[in-house]
Design a protein around this ligand. Structure first.
Ligand code: PHE
Length: 325
């Protein structure tokens, strides 16, 4: 057979073989090999060229090259993406199972605190973790040169904002935004630029409490916190109110509970009657309204509850630790 006819016949054969065009990767591959493979029909035609007469050689070469390009263009340039995933899925493989998770101990403690205060009428509120000097310090009656504002304790951001050092900033937001009476607890993260050790971390959680009404007394504060401590740690827990100082409360008291295990008093929260300076900063009439506030460290309480002796364990997310709760 004349070479031109052979070329034409391969073209016809390809047209019939590729109609319909293969719909899976294997038959596509086979079709390609049959025509374009190293021992395929095109290669076979090329191998005949040396035997042709000198004037036939260039003509046949040209025709054959055309056919080759034509065939190559009929195939998708990337078989993988033409048939994505096909053949890659082994439907007999067992599925991936995930072990059931459980609550992080900090979350459990936080949930319990929320529940206990919920039972005596405190609603939950939240506020910003990145805040300005006014809400974190000034409105809370911190003097301009107070050490807490120092770079040593507070994380500063570029725009004169800080990472809040306590949840007390939300006291200010709530009093600005809402009309008293107020009765809220505020759970959240707080940040301090402290050196990290078994007892302190750069990030921890607090729950703030704020109670503003008419004729609120210090015994209301004591009763509320006593209720909380007895419910949280057990009705036989020994507790004491110890006089203390905060710029934003007057008088102020810290609450300690007696730890049998450590044979010592452990501080769990700060509290006090809202200072008149704070009311002034947020334009609340202190002749009409007064109240108390408190703030507790969640990690502290969590570590006491679960007998955890290193705060860093709560932040390492080691499954061997977390599994125990
Ligand atoms: N913000 C105080 C602290 O971080 C705790 C506190 C809150 C004290 C409210 C009094 C009233 O230590």
């Amino acid at each position: 057979m004349d070479i031109k006819e052979s070329i034409e016949s391969v073209r016809r054969q390809f047209r019939s073989d590729s109609d319909p065009f293969p719909s899976d990767k294997d038959s596509l591959e086979n079709l390609k090999i049959k025509f374009l493979g190293r021992k395929g029909l095109i290669a076979n035609l090329f191998s005949q060229i040396p035997n042709l007469s000198n004037d036939q050689k260039p003509i046949a070469g040209k025709l054959l090259n055309h056919l080759k390009i034509e065939l190559e263009n009929s195939f998708p340039s990337d078989t993988e993406s033409a048939f994505p995933l096909e053949e890659k899925i082994d439907r007999s493989l067992p599925g991936v199972t995930y072990p059931p998770g459980n609550k992080h101990p900090i979350q459990s403690t936080m949930d319990e605190i929320k529940r206990l205060f919920g039972q005596i009428g405190f609603a939950v509120a939240y506020g910003p973790e990145i805040d300005d000097d006014f809400h974190n310090f000034s409105a809370l009656n911190f003097p301009k040169d107070h050490p807490a504002r120092d770079m040593q304790d507070t994380f500063f951001t570029k725009e004169d904002l800080i990472l809040r050092t306590h949840t007390s900033n939300v006291q200010v937001h709530l009093m600005e935004e809402k009309q008293p009476p107020l009765r809220y607890i505020v759970p959240g993260r707080v940040y301090r630029n402290e050196s990290i050790s078994f007892k302190s971390f750069c990030l921890f959680h607090q729950v703030e409490g704020i109670y503003i009404d008419k004729n609120v007394t210090f015994s209301d504060l004591k009763g509320t916190l006593e209720y909380f401590v007895k419910k949280m740690f057990g009705s036989k827990t020994k507790m004491r109110f110890r006089p203390s100082f905060f710029p934003f409360t007057e008088p102020s008291a810290e609450v300690d509970i007696w730890s049998e295990k450590n044979n010592q008093w452990l501080e769990i929260l700060g509290s006090g009657m809202v200072d008149p300076q704070v009311f002034k900063a947020v334009n609340v009439d202190n002749n009409l309204w007064n109240g108390f506030a408190f703030g507790m460290g969640v990690e502290r309480i969590c570590m006491l509850q679960y007998e955890i002796d290193d705060i860093r364990l709560l932040y390492q997310n080691d499954v061997r630790f977390l599994e125990q709760f």
